[in-house]
Design a protein around this ligand. Structure first.
Ligand code: SAM
Length: 214
């Protein structure tokens, strides 16, 4: 199913505090270095147009949210969404999440990692491009604090099953996946992400799990 064309209104917002390039990130990415406080930090990988970032940062104002989105036009769209909502506890990075997790996020520092509807890379020869690969899963596990959460949702059964197996092998300390339930949507954007909205509106099954680091 193709994505709808993205129209980003000419931004009348100052995005300086809401959009970073990877090179501009501090050597150690933490709540203190990004937001100047010590609130819990949650990271979303592959934020798309930023619905989760907007909703979660509004519902949980005592936490900070960093969205990492490799497609710059989507990172900009998400930052504009955060600006419109007046958020000061959320920020986008336009870049690849993998080296940021590998090099910049301290051990045991994250309250949660969110990965919703990662690109499936359907062709067998492209599956190594999936963001939920062995190295990323090991890094995400290392970066989570004790009690930290790893959320993974997808509508691609093959990706779901192979990732569950990979997590069991790479990060057995996370224990078994805990299913997450879909709540009834109360309004048109009452979904965790745009891809969740699209899947549910087309009656496509969604597989949702969460892991807790002990
Ligand atoms: C299928 S879309 C899902 C977007 C959003 N999570 C949602 O559910 O609506 C996957 C997104 O992940 C982004 N992405 C893919 N690989 C990435 C990476 N290594 N780092 C950051 N973002 C990535 C893509 O650009 C794309 O916007």
């Amino acid at each position: 199913m193709p994505r709808r064309a993205l129209r980003i209104a000419e931004s009348k917002y100052d995005l300086d505090a809401l959009l970073r390039n990877p090179d501009d990130l501090p050597a150690q990415v933490t709540s203190r270095s990004l937001f100047g406080n010590d609130r819990p930090l949650e990271i979303e990988v592959g934020s798309g147009k930023g619905l989760f970032m907007q909703t979660a940062s509004g519902q949980t104002p005592d936490s900070n949210f960093l969205g990492i989105e490799i497609a710059r036009k989507y990172a900009v769209a998400a930052a504009v969404r955060l600006a419109r909502a007046g958020r000061n506890n959320a920020m986008m990075v336009a870049g690849n999440a993998e080296p940021i997790f590998q090099n910049r996020i301290p051990d045991g520092s994250l309250a949660a990692v969110h990965v919703y509807f990662p690109d499936p890379w359907w062709k067998a020869r492209h599956k190594s491009r999936r963001v939920l690969n062995e190295r990323f899963i090991a890094n995400a596990t290392r970066c989570l604090q004790s009690g930290g959460r790893f959320h993974f949702w997808t509508d691609v059964l093959d990706y779901f099953e192979s990732t569950i197996e990979l997590i069991a092998t790479v990060s057995p300390q996370l224990g078994p996946p805990i299913p997450e339930e879909a709540a009834a949507a109360e309004h048109d954007l009452d979904y965790r992400t745009h891809f969740e909205r699209r899947s549910r509106q087309h009656a496509i099954p969604v597989y949702r799990v969460c892991y807790y680091k002990p």
